[in-house]
Structure formats: C-alpha cells, structure tokens
Write a protein that binds this ligand. Structure first.
Ligand SMILES: CCCCC/C=C\C/C=C\C/C=C\C/C=C\CCCC(=O)SCCNC(=O)CCNC(=O)[C@H](O)C(C)(C)COP(=O)(O)OP(=O)(O)OC[C@H]1O[C@@H](n2cnc3c(N)ncnc32)[C@H](O)[C@@H]1OP(=O)(O)O
Length: 181
C-alpha cells in the first residue's frame, strides 16, 4: 500500500511482544458495550468480534449490513476505516496499556458489498516509546479471500487521565478487560 514513513517503525526496532498477562489465542470481548466498533449494545455498530494471536496480532470479522452503506449496496469507506481502527485498537490492547489512534491510513482496493463478511488481520510491527506502529488487511468473505482494504496506523500511549479528563471516564470498561488492573 501507499504507506507514509510515519506508520513504519524505524529500522532496527525490535519485534514487539504482547504483555505476559495478555489473552492470546482467545476471543477478545468488547472493551465497551456502547462502542461503535465492538459494543454489543450499539444498535447499528459493527459488532466486530476478534481473536488474539501470538506475534501481537488479531483476526476479526465484521459483516457489512444495510446500515453501513455509502453507495447503494456497498459499504461506506468511513465505516470500513472504522472497522480497521477497531481491529487495530484490539492489538494494542494486548500491550495492556491505554492507547489512542494518532494516525490512520487506508487504501481501498475493491468495493465491499452489503452482506460481505470482512476477515480482518491486524499486527503490531513495533513499539518505540509511546508510539505503536501497526498494519491491517481486510479480505472478502474468507481468511484467504481477495484483499479489499489495507490499513496502517500509529497509536499513541496515553495516561488513563486521557479518558477521565476528556470523556466520561472508564466506568464502561468491562472489569475483566481493564488495561492496567
Ligand atoms: C482501567 C483503565 C481502562 C482504560 C481503558 C482505556 C482505553 C481502552 C483501550 C483500548 C481499547 C481496546 C480496543 C480499542 C478499540 C478501538 C480503537 C479505537 C481507537 C480510537 O479511535 S481512539 C479515538 C481517536 N483518537 C483520538 O481521539 C486521539 C486524539 N489525539 C490526542 O489525544 C493527542 O493528539 C495524542 C494523545 C494522540 C498525542 O498528543 P500528546 O500531546 O499526548 O503527544 P504528542 O503530540 O507529543 O505526540 C507524541 C508522539 O506521537 C507523535 N504523533 C502524535 N500524533 C501523531 C500523528 N497524528 N501522526 C504522526 N505522529 C504523531 C508525535 O510526533 C510524538 O512523537 P515524538 O515523541 O517522536 O516526538
């Protein structure tokens, strides 16, 4: 993909490892019930479901519904970027520190019809200080289907105060998924 240097780790950056207490090889629950990306209580959200893997990687599935259209019968590009953002955020969750998206790059390679299940794979390629470098790929209807979207991102580690000062705090986070218990 056309990827800026900002989302590629500097040469020599060591391979990142998940936190020793991170759940690997397991289904990752939603981090917040009302989250547009993963929350089960969101009526028109993406309801993204993900599984973590060794190597600081996540696979996730998202089925495009009627409520996700841009052009008639096709997924909205912003919704697809959201799906990538969510699946990328689930990877940094495995570092068990709070992160937010700083930069998100998206390349759209194929249209994604309503009814498609996107198989998304995301991976962390390096962590330098507060910066986590990430990449993502979404394939049509199967883990080895045609690539429809590629993504890359820079996530920035933030203190928990980021959420208490700017949002409604961390009360909605499920207790067993706390970042820093
Ligand atoms: C029990 C506790 C529970 C807490 C739970 C909390 C969270 C849950 C965590 C995980 C949830 C699990 C899954 C997540 C699911 C979904 C993921 C969605 C994530 C999002 O959807 S989240 C919303 C959108 N997101 C924002 O709402 C961010 C708004 N923004 C800011 O809040 C600031 O902007 C911030 C904090 C980003 C930086 O501000 P700052 O002042 O702290 O730091 P600063 O600016 O110094 O940047 C430090 C270094 O990052 C470089 N840098 C920064 N931004 C860059 C950019 N855009 N491009 C290239 N480089 C960039 C600088 O160049 C510098 O680099 P260097 O150190 O090399 O100079």
């Amino acid at each position: 993909m056309n990827r800026s240097a900002l989302t590629v780790p500097p040469p020599g950056t060591p391979e990142p490892r998940p936190h020793p207490d991170a759940l690997i090889g397991e289904k990752l629950g939603p981090h917040y019930a009302k989250c547009f990306g993963c929350g089960p209580d969101h009526p028109t959200g993406l309801h993204l479901e993900a599984v973590s893997h060794d190597g600081l990687s996540v696979t996730a599935e998202f089925t495009v519904g009627d409520v996700h259209q841009g052009a008639p019968g096709l997924a909205h590009g912003g919704v697809l970027a959201t799906a990538m953002d969510e699946a990328l955020g689930m990877v940094v969750w495995l570092l068990r520190k709070p992160y937010v998206t700083g930069r998100l790059e998206t390349d759209y390679l194929r249209p994604v019809p309503v009814g498609t299940t996107l198989h998304i794979t995301t991976r962390c390629t390096g962590v330098v200080g507060r910066k986590a470098y990430l990449e993502a790929e979404a394939r049509l209807d199967a883990p080895d289907g045609p690539v429809a979207v590629r993504g890359a991102a820079l996530f920035i580690e933030v203190p928990v105060a980021h959420f208490t000062e700017h949002g409604d705090g961390v009360g909605g986070m499920t207790p067993d998924r706390e970042v820093n218990p």
